[in-house]
Design a protein around this ligand. Sequence first.
Ligand code: 4GX
Length: 252
Amino acid sequence: MRVQVLTIFPELFAPFLRTSLVGRAIEKGILEVGVHDLRDWTEDRHRSVDDEPYGGGGGMVMTAPPWLRAVRGLSGETSGENPEGRPWRILLSPQGARLDDAKVRELAGRGDLILLCGRYEGIDERVRATVVDEEVSIGDYVLSGGELPALVLIEALSRQIPGVVQLADSVEQDSFRNGLLDHPHYTRPPVVEGLAVPEVLLSGNHAAIRRWRDLEALRATREKRPDLLERPEVRARLTKEQARALDEMERT
Ligand code: 4GX
């Protein structure tokens, strides 16, 4: 999978992309990330990318022409795995559809991507109208630019590419894999400030451990994110034992 990023702050990306899981995916060639300076597609002496808003008001707006040249210039570079024959173009903005586990999986299946990272008050609407396939938001708060959202998306995507996550089933059993939150985790030492590790985790009884984790995942979800348990597709994926336990919890 190849992800191309368009930004006026390309230097923000390198240290993150070198690190950890994403860094290893890139090293292995499973993931390719190209970061491009939007100013490389400007044509004036000052390499300017913004101007005053028509209609007045504060702030500046990014002008359309560099974006159109850049996105179209990069669109020829696709590995051919895209259904559309060109990369899928995503604008990061608070106006987008909220990023969640389902959206990450969907985008991981889109083939190559181009991520547009805007700054200032936004980008001339005609960019969205002509060269953007989809707007994505990482949450209902306002940032100063699309760069951190792009990194969030790249990291989440990288975990969905086969061969990226080391432990065979750590994604499989991940939080959200079955629509529930994760169960609690423990490691040494066995007692911390008087709090002992649950006995079952030391028992070596793997069936019992799996049952305990399933029930703790359910308990955590009911306590912290009860909204998730209202989704029919989540309820449908509960184990028999989880369904029975939830029934019990809901009757008390
Ligand atoms: N999830 N921002 C983008 C500038 C902008 C505005 C409109 C294009 C269109 C954000 C978020 C986010 C702030 C990134 C405004 N660019 N992006 N930027 N939340 O807040 O994705």
